[in-house]
Design a protein around this ligand. Structure first.
Ligand code: COA
Ligand code: AMP
Length: 633
């Protein structure tokens, strides 16, 4: 198959192209309207269709005679458990859980937060919601109660589904007290909390809103899948924007199903019955699309892995999973490979495993350095495919579309735009740039199916975040360039979003937390280069004039504040005290300049800077504390 022909049709005849793809899924009501617009002119796909994501992911396969096929493998080195679930087993469990949820008063269109570790019950909870039209919002288990409370107040769940505990390396993390604390902090109160008790010894304080997961499932009859309109929201997934408040990205139902199935075939080149492993967390977009829905829509076996690339128990754990479960295609973040490479630089572990089933490795979530790709290919000589996407898109926007045509890999490039994405590079004035000129990465509307439907209950923010800078185009927030062969190179965020170990955080959110410390007058948080995590946050703080607190003590307190307010996963571990911050004459902090200073990059002093002498002052402090670039110089 030829990429160019396929791609060109998707751009020039989008309705025809996606109508054909929509034939690949089973509808309760086939759509006649393929592409339309909402009242604000935003594109909608398959408006009059009806379907159900849980039906397509589970029941359909059972009806087609594949009930005994393994759908999901739970592999948990931290509890030393491996358990396989067939499509039939999942159908029974999910249909009962959904029925129990109905008995608790949940209705189509209600919202439910899922705050759980990487266990099969997380997938069951998501599928049970999809089965009855409840909109799930999975919150990453590493977020602290305050962040959970912010999400509770935004999406106002009728129900929270949680587990008694998660495990981080060798630490048991009791989830229930965190959920209770979040409910205390939030203004909105969910009616019920379902708890899956893992019986690992964590404290599970009882509250009157509690319901036991096992009792609910075993006491319920199975319920059927409910037909849903194409644009019924399937889920809300919060991601970081440029303000302190997270954005609740809303996903539709039909466009998502069509796009995911398309991607499994034409991007990942994965066949039903193969095994696909996305080593991520269900709390992120990758988890939703490529641990759960993508593989299951495609009737591919998926893996829920509860562990880390290292220390669970060592850097061979990914290799063991690949060998044990005969993984054909894998997907992870470059950080994970860097972590393994650091522990096993000569690839000694690799020699001990049969990796013959593994045909390709996909990487995403952050920019991938060529040293990591080279190391991987030296030790595991299979195609390593860097590809680019975002929570907003829900599926890749730039990739080597292996199911269409295996294109040459160019180091540093995520290859070419995926079908449906008319990607351009703009300058500040919205003019298209030529080959190798760096600018804003934008996508011409309409975005293809699968992309976000909006920001939960916030139309203004949706419009302002993505569509006002360049009318008719989606602003991705990333910078990049195309070369003369239309290969796309993503160079990093152009806003105040940072990427820590493949996880996206808002520096504004962290600044709010750091500023709440009583000794801080003002601060700036920036992302600086980190060997392992790609970027880590770093704070420059101006203290109040009369403070007597030592730098060491202040840094410790700031780290703890961020841990407790956002979560340990934010990894803000260092700060320096400066006399003042570089600002424009209108008082805006020059964060990009700070980032360049810390990373030792070439920079241009903006003409709007208030006082240039501050640059030298900051450089002195960075040198003194050996921060970023100055660590090794
Ligand atoms: N619940 C509670 N705490 C969590 C957590 C969770 N679900 N996830 C992470 N944390 C904690 C960690 O324990 C750690 O705490 P610490 O500072 O007390 O040690 C902190 O948050 C930072 O976690 P993490 O980013 O995982 O860093 P790490 O140093 O523990 O591990 C790596 C480093 C590289 C092994 C890890 O970042 C990793 O596995 N990265 C790959 C990420 C990935 O696959 N992303 C996919 C996105 S597509
Ligand atoms: P998230 O929404 O959490 O998936 O994060 C999306 C962001 O991660 C993007 O805006 C990019 O900044 C970054 N990102 C994801 N994949 C890549 C990639 N392959 N190369 C460079 N950056 C990436």
């Amino acid at each position: 198959m030829n990429y160019n022909d396929f791609y060109n049709e998707s751009i020039h005849e989008p309705e025809q192209f996606w109508a054909k793809q929509a034939e690949q899924i089973a509808w309760y009501k086939k759509p006649e309207i393929i592409l339309s617009k909402d009242e604000d002119g935003y594109p909608l796909w398959f408006e009059d269709g009806e379907l159900n994501l849980c039906y397509l992911s589970v029941d359909k396969h059972v009806e087609d005679g594949y009930g005994d096929q393994v759908a999901l493998i739970y592999d948990s080195p931290v509890t030393q458990t491996v358990r396989k679930y067939t499509y039939s087993e999942i159908k029974t469990e999910v249909a009962k859980l959904a029925s129990g949820m109905l008995a608790l008063g949940l209705k189509k269109g209600d919202t439910a937060i899922i705050y759980m570790p990487m266990i099969p019950q997380t997938a069951f909870a998501m599928l049970a919601c999809a089965r009855i039209g409840v909109i799930h919002s999975v919150v990453f288990g590493g977020f602290a109660p305050h962040e959970l409370a912010v999400r509770i107040d935004d999406c106002k769940p009728r129900l929270i589904i949680t587990a008694s505990s998660g495990i981080e390396f060798d630490r048991l993390i009791a989830y229930k007290p965190l959920v209770d604390a979040a409910i205390e902090l939030a203004t909105h109160s969910p009616k019920k909390v379902i708890i899956f008790n893992r019986k690992l010894g964590a404290r599970v304080p009882f509250k009157k809103y509690d319901v036991d997961y096992d009792n609910l499932v075993y006491g319920s009859e199975e319920t059927r899948c409910v037909p849903l309109k194409s644009n019924h929201p399937s889920y809300i997934l919060y991601t970081s924007g440029t303000t302190g408040k997270p954005k609740g990205i809303v996903r539709d139902t039909a466009g998502y199903a069509v796009a995911l199935l398309f991607s499994m075939k034409y991007i990942y080149d994965v066949k039903p019955e193969e095994t696909f492993w996305a080593a991520s967390d269900m709390g992120w977009a990758v988890g939703h699309s490529y641990i759960l829905y993508g593989p299951m829509l495609n009737r591919t076996t998926t893996i829920i892995f509860e562990g880390k690339p290292i220390k669970t128990p060592d850097a061979s754990t990914y290799l063991r999973v690949i060998a044990d479960h005969k993984v054909n295609t894998m997907f992870t973040a470059p950080t994970a490979i860097r972590a393994i490479k650091k522990e096993d630089p000569d690839g000694e572990f690799i020699k001990n495993y049969d990796l013959s089933n593994l045909k390709k490795q996909f990487l995403a979530g952050e920019r991938c350095d060529s040293a990591t790709i080279e190391w991987y290919q030296k030790h595991i000589p299979i195609p390593v495919i860097d590809h680019w996407w975002q929570t907003e898109s829900g599926w890749p926007m730039v990739s080597n579309s292996l199911g269409l045509e295996k294109m040459k890999v160019k180091s540093g490039s995520a290859t070419k735009a995926v079908c449906g994405y008319d990607l351009k590079i703009f300058n500040e004035n919205g003019e298209e740039l030529g080959p190798n000129e760096e600018g804003f990465v934008v996508i011409k509307l309409p975005l293809p199916p699968g992309n976000m439907l909006g920001i939960w209950k916030n139309k203004e923010r949706f419009k302002n975040s993505y569509f006002t800078k360049f009318e008719g185009y989606y602003l991705s927030g990333d910078g990049g360039y195309k070369d003369e062969d239309d290969y796309i190179f993503i160079t990093g965020r152009v806003d105040d979003v940072i990427n820590v170990a493949g996880h996206r955080f808002s520096t504004a959110d962290m600044e709010e937390v750091v500023s709440s410390h009583e000794e801080i007058a003002e601060c700036a948080v920036i992302g600086i280069h980190d060997e392992l995590k790609g970027q880590v946050p770093f704070a420059l703080v101006v203290t109040k004039s009369n403070t007597e607190m030592s730098h060491f003590q202040l840094q410790h307190e700031i780290e703890n504040l961020v841990r407790h307010q956002i979560g340990a996963v934010a990894s803000l571990k260092s700060c320096v005290v400066v006399k003042r911050l570089p600002k424009t004459r209108s008082g805006k902090t020059l964060r990009r300049l700070l980032r360049s200073l810390a990373d030792g990059e070439a920079y241009q002093i903006p003409s709007t800077i208030d006082d240039e002498s501050i640059i030298e002052e900051i450089e002195q402090v960075l040198k003194e504390y050996k921060i970023g670039f100055y660590k090794t110089t």
